[in-house]
Design a protein around this ligand. Sequence first.
Ligand code: C2O
Ligand code: CU
Length: 521
Amino acid sequence: YQLFVTNEDIQPDCIKLNISRQSTVLINKQFPGPEIRATIGDILIVNVYNQLINNEDLTIHFHGVLQKQTPQMDGVPYLTQLPIKSGENCSYVFRVQRIGTFFYHSHIGLQSMTAFGSLIFVDRSNDKIIRTRYNYTEERTLLLSDWWHNDRLHLEQGLLAVPFQWLGEPSAIIINGKTMFNSSCETVNGAGYSVINVERGHRYRIRVIGATTLSTLVFGIEKHKLLLIEVDGNYVEPLSVSYLEIASGQRYSFILDTTNQPIKNYYIQASIRWRLVKPNNGIAILRYKSASLVNKIFIANQTFSLPKETVEYLTNKLQPLTNFTNNYNGGKVPRKSNQEFVLAGGQAAFNGTGIQWVVNNNSLMLEKLSQPKSALEDVYSNNQLSFKTYVIKKGQVIDIILQNLVGAGGVCESHPWHTHGHMFWEISYGDGVYREKDTHLFAHPFLRDTTMLYATSNAYFQYVNSTNHNKPCGWKKIRLIADNPGLWFVHCHIVPHMLMGMSIVLEESKKDIKMVYIPKY
Ligand code: C2O
Ligand code: CU
């Protein structure tokens, strides 16, 4: 694949702005970027060309790809590679190891607001098994993102400025690169919603990718149930739900059955949850073949009534697909851990008016490191690193307790935590300060690579009832196996939080780190 990364002026929600939007970053001039699709065993070669103006750096991260034996291909600036400078290029080469739904995105600044695309891995033999198991013929992909009517570089600078300037809530929720901000859009050429074409009487596999910068979304399709089959690249026993919560970095596949509905156009909608301000324009159209054309309509009031609880119930119901050879660790959850540590994430004010996010009182901003070598190369050649890491040993079972702390404004927020290089099982969760007792254990811990750490187990109540903000926030325990030597970034996938320091690095089995050009497995 060839990815040319450039600055473009686009109006994805059809609002023409007076300011120059040249800071928007696109891949191959497309929004979303081109789909990358490969088969297990393939050697994937992605050549990335940084053609950005303003001397902006670039890296591309393949989200959810474990990069075994190729940690240098993980795309984290200054950690696993030096950034690609403007005018330069870089080849990402790795072997495709797991089937499932992933995505790739820029890992610099807020570039990933528009610089992302789907990454889909299939397997010739398993594909048949999966298609028969879940009984579908065709598939569609939906990429969900958010969009601001402000200059991206300006928003980025505000986050680290003193005084701190929050980027604010997004102007629009975008589905596959399009939406209508409001009804005045109808006059703009080419305006409209993304249209997903289906035919009555079929079963489709729909892949949904949470590529948002900030927002956690609740997603649903008018008059249709979603039969969940995949979570972050892991296949599960089918579970029928009426809506999905999708945080930044999360992916799901579900089966959409079109046999029982009349031929019509249906709304596909994504709206924000866990925050107070919500644009209600995250809409696309599911069009049955021979339904009338209704592209240019504005339906601002078509919103879901949000379920008021967190989705922990979902976590309790999902089970890995049984008798499936592709299950990680043979589908078994380790019963105990050998090592455990807490990552307490909160905010800290500095110089009176600047704001950072901290983990265990430390704010890690990789892009500011600007060192001559990547940390991975330094660790490989036994040099001292300039920042704190969390050392984990080969073969150990590690428990990480994600502890949510009250922010500077006295408010608990929810955070989608993502681990590079690893999937993890969600083990337990609770309110307040982490204690071994009082835990809610998940009945069927299941694997994913991005999990929501809620404000509390009833995050909606916590956030909306402003008198209740001084309650302690919640925690969640995740478990992983240290089977992948490397330096792995672990961070909140809300991009502004990450840029403001809400991240740590796992230093895993340093002596066994390999940086192979093309791994043989
Ligand atoms: Cu998709 Cu480090 O993230
Ligand atoms: Cu966060």
